[in-house]
Design a protein around this ligand. Structure first.
Ligand code: XMP
Length: 513
């Protein structure tokens, strides 16, 4: 049975991915495409509904991104959000002007009719606004369905043509009933029937890979992170022993991580596949001797990783397919091509040009992170792995300031283990975006027992974030910090001070390098 699809047309808004994620949260499949997608392609895609995202432009300016009027004649329901709502007004004969009062942030929303979009939503609620233009005149045959103090058209619609527009952002969490409104658009307006669930996804994907790979040989670089682990499990379910997973232990992993990965995927694990663990710790430590500059560390670790992988794959001989754990945000981001290089990211994705293979398989290419996690759980991966925090490819190498030594790695592993354990004990592990310990290169005087110490300071880094592009430092309660600090100083040799990093991103980064 074909699933019902929603098309999200991107007009450059900062929340485009969030809109798509919300739609998926409602168990509806959607894809994000550029606003310029030709009408013929839209028809071919055959969506049950279309959503226009917000965007930074003004519709009345020259060179603003527009859509063709024909899109409104396709008889497909449309929901315009922010810029998308103004675009709908502008193209269909309404008027959009610069507002005398810009609205930004939480705003009281007053509903004034019985729109399908607002089914089961109270007449008064909070929405999230962010706009400097407003719809001053609605197109013919439209009606106003809500307003705020400074925005006469907070939403409008033409029910007979299934056209809906909201000035506020239903996709952000601050809009109290935002998810419900999106859900209403999908199920009340677009009449979605065939939903998208991870159970079905996993089943279909396994079958699809089976049909494609047949007896082919498949190679997967496994890092132990969520994405590559879930990709490996999907492949193993599809091709079994035709899959070989290579796990390079560069000695910069979290405490016990290498053994945990081996336990799950190795010969005593629950999956049928060939698992090769390469203990390359010494090689990496050798190469990193004397290196203090973070960017140089990243390059060395990234390059050495590829060398090791290359050597192992040569021994394995010819491969037909290479597996990559690419996920949908990577696809959307590289499609828009707008990222600036702050630091060179390293992960197992950089491998293809060093080994020969026929084709790349990216089984998670269409999934958001939370969906990847659901697939992982569906396929029996343990929770601790599925909910593992993001961990950078260069690992602890970039959480140790200054030269990397084996003793410093041990210190940061132990401190980080305690930090994570206590965050979990305090029940904060699901609310924090990312948290870890880093080793500063600072030594200072302390006193332990009656002895003078001259030891390292550990920095605790914890942030809340939804997109990892911006982040706020997490306000961990003092009593939790107290336990963590005491335990680290008492249990980790070589540490006599614990510091808390209270820097948001920007201006900081999430990592501490
Ligand atoms: P920053 O430090 O740039 O981190 O604010 C944003 C997110 O990216 C992760 N990160 C990496 N992930 N390879 C990765 O796969 C890398 O080289 C890398 N560097 C940073 C970081 O942990 C955070 O989640």
């Amino acid at each position: 049975m074909a699933i019902d699809k929603i098309l999200v047309l991107d007009f450059g808004g900062q929340y485009n991915q969030l809109i798509a994620r919300r739609v998926r949260e409602c168990n509806v499949y959607c894809e994000v495409h550029p606003y310029s997608m030709p009408i013929e392609k839209i028809k071919e895609y055959n969506p049950k509904g279309i959503i226009f995202t917000g965007g930074p432009n003004s519709v009345y300016e020259e060179n603003s991104p527009l859509c063709s009027k024909a899109i409104f004649e396709l008889n497909i329901p449309i929901l315009g959000i922010c810029y998308g709502s103004q675009l709908m007004a502008h193209i269909l004969g309404g008027k959009v002007e610069h507002a005398t009062v810009s609205e930004y942030g939480k705003t009281k929303l007053l509903l004034n009719n019985t729109s399908k979009l607002f089914k089961d939503i109270p007449n008064e609620s909070i929405c999230w606004m962010s706009h400097t233009d407003y719809i001053s005149q609605i197109p013919d045959n439209f009606s106003i369905t809500s307003s705020t103090k400074d925005c006469p058209v907070a939403s409008m619609e033409c029910e007979s043509k299934k056209l809906y527009a909201v000035q506020y952002h239903p996709e952000v969490a601050h809009t109290e009933f935002g998810l419900k409104m999106i859900n209403n658009f999908l199920y009340e307006v677009c009449n979605i029937e065939n939903t998208w669930t991870m159970k079905e996804f996993a089943k279909n994907k396994i079958q699809e890979i089976k049909n494609k790979v047949k007896d082919g040989k498949v190679l997967c670089a496994l890092s132990g992170g969520v994405d590559s682990s879930v990709a490996a499990v999907l492949l193993s379910k599809a091709v079994g022993k035709n899959l070989t997973c290579v796990f390079v232990d560069h000695g910069l992993l979290r405490k016990n991580e290498g053994d945990e990965v081996e336990q799950i995927f190795g010969k005593n694990g629950q999956y049928e596949l060939n698992f090769i663990r390469v203990n390359a710790q010494k090689r990496f430590y050798e190469k990193l001797k004397g290196i203090t500059e973070p960017e140089e560390k990243r390059k060395i670790i990234g390059e050495e990783f590829i060398r090791v992988f290359e050597e192992v794959s040569k021994e394995l001989g010819e491969v037909d397919y290479l597996v990559q754990g690419t996920i949908y945000p990577d696809v959307i981001e590289s499609g828009l091509g707008k990222s600036a290089t702050i630091k060179s990211h390293h992960n197992v994705g950089g491998l293809p040009d060093v080994i020969s293979f026929k084709e790349i398989i990216e089984p998670l290419r269409l999934l958001f992170k939370d969906e990847v996690r659901s697939v992982g759980l569906e396929l029996g991966l343990p929770e601790y792995l599925v909910y593992r925090q993001p961990f950078p490819g260069p690992g602890l190498g970039i959480r140790i300031i200054g030269e990397i030594t084996e003793s410093k790695i041990k210190i940061v592993q132990d401190a980080d283990f305690i930090f994570r354990e206590e965050i979990k004990n305090a029940g904060l592990d699901k609310t924090l975006g990312q948290y870890f310990a880093a080793l500063t290169n600072m030594q200072s005087v302390g006193v332990m027992g009656d002895e003078r110490t001259y030891d390292y300071a550990i920095a605790l880094r914890a942030v809340t974030t939804t997109d990892f592009m911006t982040a706020d430092w997490a306000k961990i309660p003092y009593d939790v910090l107290e336990i963590i600090s005491n335990r680290i100083v008492n249990e980790v040799r070589g540490v006599n001070r614990v510091l808390l990093d209270c820097t948001s991103k920007p201006p900081g980064t999430i990592e501490f390098e």
